[in-house]
Design a protein around this ligand. Structure first.
Ligand SMILES: [Zn+2]
Length: 203
């Protein structure tokens, strides 16, 4: 029998206190239209910038067909002192723990959809592949994210969408892109910290 014990020291990834009101109000609620799902994500993305609680990124996992909200998260890298705490990773991890499985593609579960304010970085791209979601919807492009504030999205393969499609993960790209870019511009105007790790330049 497996008895889980907390690792020592525990890995703690926090979410900002303002997000709890969104979660309390909306988790379990059905968002039938894709437009409404992305609008919720963009609202949280902007709140994260406004409150100074993280980067301009938010993500949510919905049941794909019913639109029921399973998880909702924002970027918490700096506040959590954890480079893993991207919004997409957080939303996926919260959804998996809510479902009690690492595999959201479990045949006993409904299909799941990740809606994210921006194209995934290479880390969250891997997270999506291992998550079991069957659809990804993103707003801002990696180029938007990299050029507006200088975040590093990593070396995604040029055929990354085809790679997901080949694994049965449908991609809806640049959905409400212009609205998803606004928070990036707001982040730039605040001259907020761009927390991409510094690396040695090669060559
Ligand atoms: Zn990421």
């Amino acid at each position: 029998m497996f008895t889980p014990v907390a690792i020592t020291p525990p890995l703690v990834i926090s979410q900002p206190s303002w997000l709890k009101a969104y979660q309390d109000k909306h988790l379990g609620q059905a968002f039938p239209s894709l437009e409404a799902r992305m609008q919720l994500v963009i609202a949280c993305q902007r709140e994260n910038v406004k409150h100074g609680t993280g980067g301009p990124f938010a993500a949510a996992v919905f049941e794909k067909d019913s639109g029921i909200l399973v998880s909702l998260a924002v970027n918490s890298v700096e506040k959590s002192h954890c480079g893993l705490a991207h919004a997409e990773n957080m939303a996926i991890g919260l959804a998996e723990q809510k479902r009690g499985t690492y595999n959201l593609a479990d045949p006993t579960l409904p299909a799941h959809q990740l809606v994210t304010s921006g194209q995934m970085c290479i880390m969250c791209y891997g997270g999506v592949i291992w998550s079991g979601v069957s659809e990804v919807v993103f707003g801002a492009t990696a180029k938007d994210i990299e050029t507006i504030n200088g975040f590093d999205e990593g070396p995604l393969p040029s055929d990354w969408i085809a790679q997901l499609e080949n694994r049965g993960i449908h991609v809806i790209a640049e959905y409400q892109r212009e609205e998803a870019i606004v928070a990036h511009r707001q982040y730039r105007e605040l001259e907020a910290h761009v927390y991409t790790p510094q690396r040695l330049k090669l060559g």
